[in-house]
Design a protein around this ligand. Sequence first.
Ligand code: GN1
Ligand code: MG
Length: 357
Amino acid sequence: MQEIIAQFCEISSLPVVEPVVTVLGSGNINDTWLVRTGGFSFVLQRLNRQVFPRPQLVMANLATLSSHLEAKVNTSGQRWENSILLSTRAGTLFHADSQGDIWRAVTYIDRTTTHQTIATAAQARQVGWALGHFHLLLADLPARNLHETLPGFHLLPSYLDHFDRVRSGAAMRSDPDLRFCLDCITASRVGADLLERARYQGRTKVQTIHGDPKAGNVLFDVTSDLAVSLIDLDTVGPGLIHYDIGDCLRSCCNLSGEVAADLSQVSFDMDMCREVLAGYFSGAGNLLSDADRGMIFQAVRLIAFELGLRFFTDYLAGNRYFKVLHPEENLHRALVQFRLVQSIERQKEVIEKISLK
Ligand code: GN1
Ligand code: MG
């Protein structure tokens, strides 16, 4: 580790290295550490090469995004800091070690913490605001300036094709949990191409989005509990703004979290939904048209379904994509998302109503 750290800074005293899970929560893809050395702190990450087979594109995007964000003056009225890429001492965007692993450093935003699940209305409003504010910051960064690092990342029809292929090759035991997932997929795949159709028909346009704005990717100030930053920027790139709004809602309004201990408690909380949307609208200004707002219900339904499908497919394929602590974890994660989809569908009218002005 010392050798890696020395690529990014001069080591004067022995660095203190902590896994970031203890400080800023956890991620399902990359490995992350907080490094403190000689009064300087930064976040060190090893990129998951299986998920990101072309890390150069991820790093090029991060560099483009960093310079875009660094040029912005904060006029938001609250503390706001961006996660910025730090180059190596040799001036490169990342360090490749002898095993071909890719390491990179980003700024550590101090006096902050994360909430993996949202506990208060004020936090929900702040997450919504942070996403809206972030979209406003990205509004003048043309999507064509960024690479698509994960082609088809939020293309639900492609995930369904992939699921169908994996399923046909998987030995399926008879089990009520598997049955439940299969039934949900059959029911919810109806209309799964709704956002893609809107895109092809020109009813929604591709722009620069975050790609993964779940609650745990928002940094909160430890004292004020106000949002300070949106982190985890590997998936920033061309996409539909609805993917982000849907992902943020499915994450914030699921109060039992992605690994809910009691499946019967999983539901989509409408009070939090109101707060997230109010925060989003205040942060994003006039970014959304009325037609965009009209698609918010479908966005959250489809993104929760997409995530459930991705977890379930990965479970059937032998847990190759998402990190797991035990072999049934992706199945459990899928059950949570599919229950959430059912709860979202039951509240269609209310979600549609509060999405509009
Ligand atoms: C993954 O790494 P992490 O935990 O921020 C995933 C997201 C999922 C999320 C669910 C590149 O993000 O799409 O929504 O897990 N990221 C990638 O927790 O697949
Ligand atoms: Mg991520």
